[in-house]
Ligand binder design. Structure first.
Ligand SMILES: Cc1cc2nc3c(=O)[nH]c(=O)nc-3n(C[C@H](O)[C@H](O)[C@H](O)COP(=O)(O)O)c2cc1C
Length: 303
């Protein structure tokens, strides 16, 4: 079941998505971390961040909206406190980084390189403060410059995570490939607004959360984005968005994905990544496929 992206090898294509699996050790009591291909850390920034005040999550039909605001301990503490833990427990991880300037991302890439971090996923859904706060991920030129600069400073496996909140995802995928990334992951959350109105004892009460929509409800959008990215690039694609079961994995393969991240489903089924790894292995064995690669190729041939 092993896969390889550039020099990064993982034991299976099941990866826990950023922001939904903490720094991994939080899940230790609930699932067998050794079975998961890799975990992506929550978004890490150069400096620690407290995240947003107020309501941070909102449950929707078949999904959720979050506005966590990148609460994290910062790269320095991550290196000092979390890497030794992850190493001790033999957990394969991908560092998810976020920043507001190219220099932020580059500095973190340099630190990652120095500390032997094998893979980085760039969260580019962050406002670029130097370009008037337009998100890096919505402008092909800024994205190209960002990825190029990180690439120059980082020798490990470089994955760029694309946002679906764009008109032309193809241009962005091509910019990422031209700049020298090793893989694309997609999709990040969709912009959404949750409003809940209660009427109690003759008075209205309102809860309103504007943030990123994720979970089962976004799967059709994610599949469409992965298919569009696949049409314009040869880079490996890590597909995500609403994955919860084996048939979802197969659908993402049909759209063009090579590996998978599982996010929101972890909140209601904390051993979903374990289960998917088990189920995939069982499917391969009981149906006579030679390997994950063999199964993947067969699914891609379905007419
Ligand atoms: C609570 C929460 C926090 C998230 N934080 C991050 C983050 O820090 N960095 C990032 O790249 N994506 C983050 N995401 C997006 C997920 O990694 C994933 O791209 C998205 O949720 C779609 O997958 P899903 O439908 O399986 O959840 C977050 C998602 C949720 C629900």
């Amino acid at each position: 079941m092993g896969i390889r992206i550039a020099n990064f090898e993982i034991k299976n294509p099941i990866i826990a998505a950023s922001g939904t699996f903490g720094y991994a050790d939080e899940y230790e009591d609930f699932c067998d971390l050794s079975k998961i291909g890799a975990i992506v850390t929550k978004g890490i920034t150069l400096e620690p961040r407290m995240g947003n005040d107020g309501d941070r999550i909102f449950e929707t039909n078949c999904g959720m909206i979050n506005r966590i605001g990148l609460e994290n301990i910062g790269i320095e503490r991550f290196v000092k406190e979390k890497i030794p833990l992850l190493k001790k427990k033999n957990i394969t991880y991908i560092l998810n980084t976020a920043g507001s300037t190219i220099e932020d991302y580059t500095k973190m890439a340099q630190i990652a390189d120095k500390n032997g971090i094998e893979a980085i996923e760039l969260n580019v859904s962050c406002p670029n403060v130097k370009s008037g706060c337009l998100e890096f991920g919505v402008d092909a030129n800024s994205l190209y410059e960002l990825v190029l600069d990180v690439r120059k400073n980082y020798n490990g496996c470089l994955i760029v995570k694309l946002t679906p909140n764009v008109t032309n995802i193809e241009n962005l995928a091509q910019a990422v490939e031209r700049a020298g990334a090793d893989a694309i992951s997609a999709i990040n959350t969709l912009k959404g607004l949750g409003i809940k109105i209660d009427y109690i004892n003759g008075k209205f009460y309102k809860k309103e959360v504007q943030g990123g929509l994720s979970g089962k409800c976004i799967k059709p959008v994610a599949l469409s984005m992965v298919k569009r990215i696949r049409a314009v690039t040869k880079l490996p694609i890590i597909g995500m968005g609403g994955i919860s079961c084996l048939s979802d994995l197969f659908e993402f393969v049909c759209a063009g994905a090579d590996a998978f991240e599982i996010g929101t489903q972890n909140f209601t089924q904390c051993d979903v990544c374990n289960n998917l790894a088990d189920e995939l292995e069982k499917f391969i064995k009981t149906n006579g496929f030679k390997s994950w690669e063999d199964l993947k190729n067969e699914i891609k041939e379905i007419k």
